[in-house]
Each structure stands twice: as C-alpha cells, then as structure tokens.
Design a protein around this ligand. Structure first.
Ligand SMILES: Cc1cc2nc3c(=O)[nH]c(=O)nc-3n(C[C@H](O)[C@H](O)[C@H](O)COP(=O)(O)OP(=O)(O)OC[C@H]3O[C@@H](n4cnc5c(N)ncnc54)[C@H](O)[C@@H]3O)c2cc1C
Length: 392
C-alpha cells in the first residue's frame, strides 16, 4: 500500500469549533492511525484477519469507552471527543472502528448504564484497557431490522438462567471474552445478559467469505442450554429500549466515523487527480473531475457540521434517537457515494490495494446496513415527522 500522506480537509474551519482537548485527542488518534493502522491494514483486509495487535493502541488512544468515567477505567471524555476518535479510526478502516464501537457503545455502555456496581467494577476497567474484549448479540438469523421478534430466550432455573438460541452477524464474536446477549424471559420481555467465553454450550463460529469489513471478525453466537449465573443479568433496564439505547450511542459514533472514511477517499482522489496526467494535463484540470471533487468536499463539510451539532446536543443530553438516525443515514450514504466517485477518479488504480478507496467502499457496504439499515433510518425520520409508523 502507498505511504499514508493523509491531510484532513477542513473547508469551513471547523477546528475553530473544537476545544484544545478535542484537538489533542483527535491529533493523537490521527497520529496513531498513521503510524500503526495504515502500514498493516491492507494486508489484514486481504487476509480477512482482524489485526489483534491494534487492541493495545486502541485502548491507549481512549477508543474503548471514551465517555465512560475514569473511575471505571474510561477516558472520561465528552461526546465530541468520542466522535473525533471514531472519525480518525475509520479514516484508517471501518472494521477497526467497528471493533472500537462495539467495545465502547455496545459492551461498556450497557454495563455502565444497566449493570450492577459489581458488574461495572468487574468488567469495565478490563474492557477499557483491552485486557478483555466484548461483543453485542442482538441480530438473529430471522430477526434483523425487527429485533423485537427475537427468539433467543432464557428460563429461570432457580440457581441460574438457562439460555438457548442463536445470534448472527456479530462483530468481534470470534475473539470476544464476553458477549452482551439480548434474550427474552418467560414472559417475553427482553433483558441483557453477560455471557462469558468458556460457559458450557456457548460457541462462536466465524462467518467467512465476506467482501466487506474484512479486517473485522464477524461470527455467530450459539447458545445450547447455557447456564448463565443470575448475577450476570443486567437489572437496570429491560425491554427493546435497552438494546436500542446502546445503538443510539454506536450510531452517533458511526455518523462521525463515516466522515473519516470519506475524508480519506477525498484526500486520496484529490492528490491523485493533481498528479495523474492524461491528454498532457493533470486530470484535476478537467471539469468533470473537478465536479466530483467539489461535490465531495461540499458533502463532507455538511456532514461535519451535522455531526458536530449532534455532538453538542449529545453533550447537553438533548439529542433524540431520530436525530441520531438522520446523521447515521446521511453521513454513511455521503461516505459511500464519495468512495464510489473517488474510486473512479483513480481509474484502474482505484480497484487495487495500493490505495485505500476500494477497501473503504466495500467496508461502507456493511456500515450502511448495520446498526439500522439506510431504509430503516429513513422510516425512523418519517415516523418522527409524521407521527405515523410505516414499518408494517
Ligand atoms: C459486517 C456486519 C457486522 C454486524 N455486526 C453486528 C453486531 O455486532 N451485533 C448485532 O447484533 N448485529 C450486527 N450486524 C447485523 C446488522 O445490524 C443487520 O444486518 C441489520 O440490522 C439488518 O438486518 P438483516 O441483515 O437481517 O436485514 P433485513 O432486516 O432482512 O433487511 C433486508 C432489507 O429489507 C429492508 N427492510 C426490512 N424491514 C423493512 C421495513 N419495515 N420497511 C422497508 N424495508 C425494510 C431493509 O432496509 C433491508 O434493505 C452486523 C451486520 C454486518 C453486515
């Protein structure tokens, strides 16, 4: 892969909206990605392997639980810093950002929000340091966009809960030490359970042959009469709102992360267009190529403003789930469109692993589908503005 020459676009001087701490956190993540991720990520993606050697560094830049309080091992940062870290990691690769998102928003967040004090003390510091890794099991083979229909269930056996069922498409499944599993009790109410690797009857087969998020490990979670200790149930929230609360946090991070992937594609295409000559001139001098590049920077700038404003509202505690849906949907679509256009600017070179664009493009095909598909987020906006659900 080509040396990482990334220069971040900031067309509207958005840096002026950031505090010194935001910039320090962002710059540390940016440097780390350049040093540790860029040199190895293409090979990891080609081999379809999650680069586990990045776990320690991810923890050091605060990517595991950025906004979890320091008393539990988190970085105690605000929502803008969290977003900026996700942006920088996804600038490197969406798969690596997925690992960080799952660990922070889908494993640490539910333990922090819905767990007991004992659970917080037992798991959070180890998850923050990367000593322990987690995954999040909501999606099932027959229930994706409609997770409320899940059939994974547990029965109260007096001394323990007996868990049965299966989850699929689970990021980090193959190496996670713990899984946050959403399952129904005997009354059909959804609860979160902390299932540990090694519990009898719990297996995590890998999902092979992906063309997308190849540097992220994806797998199934299979529960065959797993005896889960009663103290592993997270008691503070139940119902579908509990997993959806985690998804709000993760989707917010994705809204920022997608900007990182888009920035990388734009920056690569701009540099290439200025250097590559055809018909005796740089291809950047042709109007058709300028149109592509001008539209890219316009869309990136709009997405940056959307994410920043959402971050301010998240800090104030006023951002709604529907507002988060809008940003996730818009920014991921923006990024995937930019990746496709940027790929064309590189001509044949665009399809090779010499450049990051094709990898970003393929990765974003998962990002536009997971954590609520593009269409489902549109229906959430539709419901919010009309008051009428159009899901069924
Ligand atoms: C690489 C990867 C990693 C993932 N990681 C995780 C993870 O860590 N944990 C986890 O729990 N899940 C994970 N997922 C699962 C992901 O969240 C689901 O794939 C997603 O929610 C969509 O579900 P589905 O694939 O079953 O598609 P479906 O729900 O079957 O949807 C198929 C199509 O139908 C459309 N559709 C569905 N319902 C409606 C409707 N009412 N109206 C209009 N259109 C509709 C959808 O928009 C979509 O286009 C991951 C997925 C991928 C690909």
């Amino acid at each position: 892969m080509k040396a990482d020459q990334f220069q971040a676009p900031d067309y509207y001087n958005l840096d002026e909206l950031l505090s010194d701490e935001h910039k320090m956190v962002r710059d540390a993540a940016r440097e780390w990605v350049k040093r540790e991720v860029s040199p190895i990520i293409e090979e990891a993606a080609q081999k379809a392997e999650f680069p586990k050697q990045l776990i320690k560094g991810l923890a050091e830049i605060g990517a595991f639980g950025p906004y979890i309080p320091e008393e539990y091992g988190g970085a105690g940062l605000d929502q803008i810093s969290y977003g900026l870290i996700m942006q920088e990691i996804e600038r490197g690769d969406s798969g690596v950002r997925s690992t960080a998102s799952v660990q922070s928003s889908l494993v640490m967040y539910p333990i922090f929000k819905y767990g007991t004090e004992e659970q917080k003390k037992k798991y959070l510091p180890k998850l923050a340091s990367g000593e322990m890794m987690g995954c999040f099991g909501l999606t099932e083979p027959d229930h994706g966009s409609n997770p409320g229909g899940m059939t994974t269930n547990f029965k109260d056996k007096g001394d323990y809960y007996l868990l049965n069922g299966a989850k699929m498409w689970i990021s980090n499944a193959t190496f996670a030490d713990i899984a946050i599993v959403w399952a129904k009790d005997e009354e059909g109410r959804i609860h979160g359970l902390i299932v540990e690797r090694g519990m009898e009857g719990f297996t995590t087969p890998e999902t092979h042959n992906k063309w997308s998020l190849r540097a992220s490990a994806t797998g199934e979670l299979v529960f065959n009469n797993v005896k889960v200790p009663k103290e592993n149930l997270m008691p503070e929230k139940s119902g579908l709102g509990a997993p959806l609360g985690c998804l709000d946090s993760a989707r917010y991070g994705i809204a920022w992360g997608a900007i990182g992937a888009a920035m990388d594609c734009y920056d690569t295409a701009l540099r290439y267009a200025k250097e590559r000559e055809q018909f005796g001139k740089p291809i950047a001098s042709f109007q058709l190529q300028q149109k592509k590049l001008a539209e890219m920077i316009t869309e990136i700038t709009k997405a940056q403003l959307l994410a920043w404003r959402l971050g301010v509202m998240r800090n104030e505690g006023t951002a709604t789930s529907a507002q988060i849906s809008m940003a996730k949907r818009n920014n991921v679509a923006m990024a995937i469109n930019i990746a496709r256009e940027a790929r064309q600017i590189l001509g044949g070179m665009g399809i090779t692993g010499e450049y990051s664009i094709m990898r970003h493009s393929m990765n974003l095909e998962s990002v536009i589908t997971y954590e609520g598909t593009h269409d489902i987020h549109l229906l959430i906006t539709g419901l919010d503005i009309t008051g009428i659900p159009a899901f069924q």
